[in-house]
Design a protein around this ligand. Structure first.
Ligand code: NAD
Length: 312
């Protein structure tokens, strides 16, 4: 793409900038942060690596005008989880920020696809859809792309099989109510339920619950240790960015974006595996789920809906 803009030059925004630069995603990269000195310092630091990546123009500052004409704007600005705080507790704090940030952003970058990363990502993606009036997939959020990568990593350890050969998705809220579509998970094309782990076991209900618990709590563990999560979300976001640049072939990623009303989950943003390409978040793939999985997904949609109703 020509121009990628990132709002928020904190742990997540700068890690995304680093991943995007190394991936050669954009010819121009802009960083905007209310803290202009921080944005400018990060720009300088990144520029000093330009010898080692594809030619890129990097700029930044405290004026949202640096995002002018962007093809994609990633929003990472906002408060982050305090130790022990849930993502949904963050909602009210960050909703106010989005309401003031979006109108000037829309004025300078009216055609940009907006990729929300700030938490709670489902709620803030829905708020961005509401404020911009865009229900066409050009507003989307990173959703459970990171959570699904965490899941695949934990499964990779159990099976001693590389993550890329494991197809399994975390769906629903990016947060405490998220769930796994175990029944449609495959390894190298075989149903996961029929493949033995490296110590010769089938993954029983206890092991599945343990893995889901680890996925749900991964962020808390990292925040307790280093104050923020950054590298995993940056690599997940770089993958979404790559998809947003593709016109010929879509990727399948569990991003959060407006749901198809036909799914019966309500009109809100949560994650399900769906097509992502240069047009934004597209068609949701047919949902293959057991009754219990569908129930968990419905409960997760309800949890997100409650928070959306609270901040509207
Ligand atoms: P951080 O505090 O390091 O950075 C946030 C930055 O936003 C700060 O530099 C701050 O100055 C800036 N900012 C605040 N208000 C602004 C505004 N109105 N305009 C421009 N800049 C503004 O936080 P972080 O660790 O980078 O986390 C950022 C967000 O990303 C948090 O909400 C966090 O929960 C979220 N996050 C999401 C995921 C995910 O999977 N979706 C993963 C990790 C973190």
């Amino acid at each position: 793409m020509d121009h990628l803009a990132i709002i928020g030059a904190g742990s997540v925004g700068t890690a995304i900038a680093f991943a995007a630069l190394n991936g050669g995603v954009a010819r121009r990269l802009s960083l905007h942060d209310l803290n202009g000195a921080k944005a400018k310092a990060e720009v300088l630091d990144l520029r000093h690596g330009l010898q080692f990546v594809r030619p890129t123009t990097i700029e930044g500052g405290d004026d949202v005008a640096v995002c002018a004409g962007a093809d994609v704007v990633i929003i990472t600005a906002g408060a982050k989880q305090r130790p022990g705080e849930t993502r949904l507790d963050l909602a009210a704090r960050n909703a106010g920020l989005f309401r003031s940030l979006l109108p000037p952003l829309m004025a300078v970058a009216p055609d940009a696809k907006i990729l929300v990363v700030t938490n709670p990502v489902d709620v803030l993606t829905q708020l961005t859809v509401d404020v911009t009036g865009r229900h066409d997939g050009t507003v989307l959020g990173s959703g459970t792309v990171l959570d699904s990568s965490r899941l695949r990593h934990l499964l990779a350890l159990r099976y001693c099989i590389a993550e890329r050969h494991i197809h399994a998705s975390v769906v629903g809220e990016h947060g405490d109510s998220e769930t796994v579509l175990w029944s449609s998970a495959t390894i190298g094309g075989s149903p996961l339920a029929e493949v033995e782990t490296h110590d010769g076991q089938l993954l029983d209900a206890v092991a599945r619950a343990e893995i889901l618990d680890q996925v749900r709590n991964a962020a808390y563990e990292i925040i307790a240790g280093k104050g923020a999560t950054s590298w995993g979300i940056a690599m997940a976001t770089a993958q979404i960015l790559e998809a947003l640049d593709q016109t010929a072939q879509a990727a399948v990623l569990p991003v959060t974006a407006p749901l198809d009303p036909g799914l019966g989950l309500g009109e809100l943003c949560i994650s399900l595996p769906r097509l992502v390409d240069a047009t934004g978040a597209g068609r949701i793939l047919p949902l293959s789920a057991t009754d219990a999985e569908r129930e968990a997904l419905t409960a997760s949609a309800g949890a997100v809906r409650d928070i959306i109703d609270n901040i509207r």
